[in-house]
Design a binder for this molecule. Structure first.
Ligand code: TZP
Ligand code: MG
Length: 215
């Protein structure tokens, strides 16, 4: 099994509408500067050409830094830009079909909201699963109700591939998420809405690494 999240405890996501007027390229540079291990590009409403152009630039800077670069939804752009992987949800192309398109080397992530979906993602060839939304989130449209820490605990105990806990996670409540056993967490608005992206990423990763906020 690929140990894709080895040593990476924070999963960063890019989305310009949450970034206080700053561009994805600027934010990606800040994330890389902070030592982010994983960056996902997630843009729902931009034009394909614009996304391709941004992803080419982000691929180049993440490659140089050794940061894992994942693209949400757009498998074609992930293939064209030689991203490290793609991330799909339950209403996107099925994981099994995506695996056929991307081959065995690229990373495949799948959003899951229940034990059944987690088990299906594993058998469909996912390399990791998104586990959430743990808490209420205002970042994702058409999102299901929060699944809570119970589902995360199920994943920690029963699912062998890596997971990333997501949805409503903040610096203030991440301790509870880590206490439930999460090994990798994602915070979208907490990071993108911060005035100092480098500082918040460094602070959160340091705290997680040093167990400061693990209850
Ligand atoms: N998938 C499940 S919840 C979510 C996604 C992309 C959004 C998480 O954003 P936030 O701001 O950390 O709640
Ligand atoms: Mg999707």
């Amino acid at each position: 099994m690929k140990d894709i999240f080895a040593g990476k405890n924070l999963y960063c996501i890019l989305g310009e509408e949450f970034s206080l007027g700053r561009s994805n390229i600027y934010v990606a540079e800040q994330m890389v500067k902070a030592g982010a291990g994983i960056i996902q590009y997630r843009e729902k409403d931009k034009k394909k050409l614009n996304k391709l152009d941004e992803c080419r630039k982000i691929r180049s800077l993440t490659k140089e830094a050794g940061t894992l670069f994942i693209i949400n939804d757009d498998i074609d752009i992930a293939l064209l830009t030689k991203a490290d992987g793609v991330h799909v949800g339950q209403d996107d192309l099925p994981a099994k079909e995506v695996r056929k398109l991307i081959g065995d080397e690229m990373v495949l992530g799948v959003s899951t909201h229940s034990p059944e979906q987690a088990l299906a993602a594993v058998s469909d060839g996912a390399d990791y699963i998104g586990t959430g939304p743990i808490f209420k989130t205002f970042t994702k449209k058409d999102v299901c109700a929060p699944v809570g820490l119970g589902y995360l605990e199920y994943v920690v105990k029963n699912i062998q591939i890596p997971h990333v806990a997501i949805g409503g996670i903040k610096e203030s409540n991440v301790g509870a998420v880590l206490a439930a056993g999460a090994r990798c967490v994602c915070m979208v608005t907490e990071i993108l809405g911060s005035n100092d992206i480098v500082a918040i990423i460094r602070r959160i990763t340091d705290k997680i690494d040093n167990g400061v906020i693990r209850k």
